[in-house]
Design a protein around this ligand. Structure first.
Ligand SMILES: C[S@@+](CC[C@H](N)C(=O)[O-])C[C@H]1O[C@@H](n2cnc3c(N)ncnc32)[C@H](O)[C@@H]1O
Length: 142
């Protein structure tokens, strides 16, 4: 997937499920991944973008949360729009749909704005060691 042996613009759809995740195994701090991780993830996405037809779709099914995936998907090299759905009860996974050639000025489809998971954290929660485990994003009144 880092060097797809296919010609440019030959697929209508590319699907990956849990495979891009392996590139993050040694990423270190997920908020600031290692340069080697960034290089591999970008290589994969550049390959996927390249082999997609001009109006092709990339589907990514992953536990990777939008705040960790968006910086990669949104890179200015890519012409795709981004939207996603959230699945799971408590432990969420995400179904991203990236539509090549559909990027808007802000990089988003209108639909994904509606589905974007929102996390509201109080300052004292941010300072607590286990704030992430005490935060139930579904039940918070944002
Ligand atoms: C969590 S499994 C998911 C497998 C499958 N997509 C599924 O949903 O059942 C991750 C897969 O990524 C493969 N993988 C790891 N590094 C890879 C790479 N650089 N290129 C392609 N596949 C890779 C692993 O061999 C493993 O099969």
């Amino acid at each position: 997937m880092l060097a797809l042996p296919f010609s440019d613009e030959c697929f209508d759809v590319v699907i990956e499920k849990g495979t891009m995740d392996v590139l993050f195994v040694d990423s270190g701090d997920p908020w600031n991944p290692q340069p080697s991780t960034v290089s591999k993830v970008m290589a994969m996405l550049e390959n996927v973008h390249r082999v997609l037809k001009p109006d092709g779709i990339f589907i990514s099914i992953t536990f990777g949360q939008p705040h960790f995936r968006r910086p990669f998907f949104q890179n200015s090299k890519f012409t795709w729009s981004i939207e996603w759905s959230t699945f799971g009860d408590g432990f969420h996974y995400f179904f991203y749909i990236l539509r090549k050639g559909r990027r808007t000025s802000d990089g988003w489809d209108s639909s994904e704005k509606l589905e974007m998971p929102s996390i509201c954290l109080l300052q004292e929660e941010l300072e607590g060691e286990d704030y992430i485990f005490r935060t139930n994003i579904d039940e918070m009144d944002c």
